[in-house]
Design a protein around this ligand. Structure first.
Ligand SMILES: Nc1nc2c(c(=O)[nH]1)N[C@@H](CN(C=O)c1ccc(C(=O)N[C@@H](CCC(=O)O)C(=O)O)cc1)CN2
Ligand SMILES: [Mg+2]
Length: 285
């Protein structure tokens, strides 16, 4: 599995850095509230850090915290030399302005790549961001690792969120694909999707993309993580993607599974961004 391969590569590089200059990369994670999914993802991130030798620091704050209370911890980590990456687990409680909080993260520690300057640089030709958001970065890495040609291909991104759809479309364009973004206001999205060589779906609608919508041989990356009721599962629900996996597998040349596809890549890219930050901070190659 690609995510495991990447984690193994990171483990070796973390050890090399520690032995060469005595520095261990550090990731600080701030979790506000107790959404079950966010608690799971933060736990996965902590476990992943431990598995590759990256130090992790976690702050859990109550749901009714103020923006200023969160920003106080961000500032603390901004100034902590043992912390090379900072993330605030999203979504934040609805009383907070997410972007206001995210803007407080030092751009050089913004390992989620959500800072406006990182997104702005991603959008600008001739500029490179310090960090690319983890899920879109993981989607492109999967295409690279499986030698999927992007240049000159027609790509469709389903969804236009700040953390997945929009940066994914920018990344595909930077790799010379011709990109369309379909979203909730797009009429007859299947009329656009049927021409796509590459599809990245991040819309949060379980089993929305049907096999009949797909161009034979298309490559489909399913970012959706949608819980649906399932009496046979111990948790009482199972996770499905945005794409009808069984139908898509009959038409597409490749389809990422949910779970076990993009999710682990998101975590692997977070580890990669944290390692890169530590290397940049300490001028270590
Ligand atoms: N600060 C951030 N918040 C959020 C991000 C993000 O990149 N930065 N992305 C998503 C959630 N996410 C990371 O936080 C994430 C989602 C899913 C997984 C994952 O490993 N999924 C597994 C299944 C996990 C399960 O059993 O429930 C899989 O798909 O195989 C990792 C990270 C929103 N918030
Ligand atoms: Mg600085």
């Amino acid at each position: 599995m690609v995510a495991k391969q990447i984690r193994d590569e990171i483990t070796a590089e973390v050890l090399k850095m520690k032995e060469a200059i005595g520095v261990v990369p550090g990731l600080a994670v701030i979790l506000v509230g107790d959404r079950k999914d966010s608690v799971t993802y933060v736990r996965n991130k902590k476990k992943a850090c431990e598995s590759v030798g990256i130090n992790s620091f976690e702050v859990r704050l109550p749901e009714d915290s103020t923006e200023q209370e969160v920003i106080k911890f961000i500032s603390k980590f901004n100034n902590d030399p043992s912390v090379h990456g900072i993330l605030v687990q999203l979504p934040l409680p609805s009383h907070m302005d997410e972007q206001n909080v995210l803007n407080a993260v030092d751009i050089e520690k913004d390992v989620d790549g959500f800072h406006p300057l990182n997104i702005g640089r991603l959008a600008m030709r001739g500029r490179d961001p310090l960090f690319v958001p983890c899920t879109p970065k993981g989607c492109i890495e999967l295409l690279h690792r499986y030698a999927v040609e992007i240049k000159g291909k027609r790509a469709v991104v389903i969804g236009r969120s700040n953390i997945v759809g929009m940066p994914a479309a920018l990344l595909l364009q930077r790799e010379d694909a011709t990109v369309s973004i379909v979203h909730s206001r797009t009429k007859n999205p299947e009329e656009i999707i049927k021409h796509a060589d590459i599809i990245i779906s991040a819309v949060g609608q379980p089993n929305m993309v049907r096999g009949s919508w797909l161009k034979p041989g298309a490559v489909v990356i399913d970012v959706g993580i949608n819980p649906v009721e399932d009496a046979n599962s111990p948790r009482g629900y199972k996770l499905v993607g945005d794409v009808c996996y069984e139908e898509a597998c009959k038409v597409a040349s490749a389809v990422t599974p949910v779970p076990g596809g993009v999710g682990p890549m998101t975590i692997a890219m977070l580890l990669s961004n944290t390692l890169s930050s530590a290397k940049r901070t300490h001028n270590f190659q």
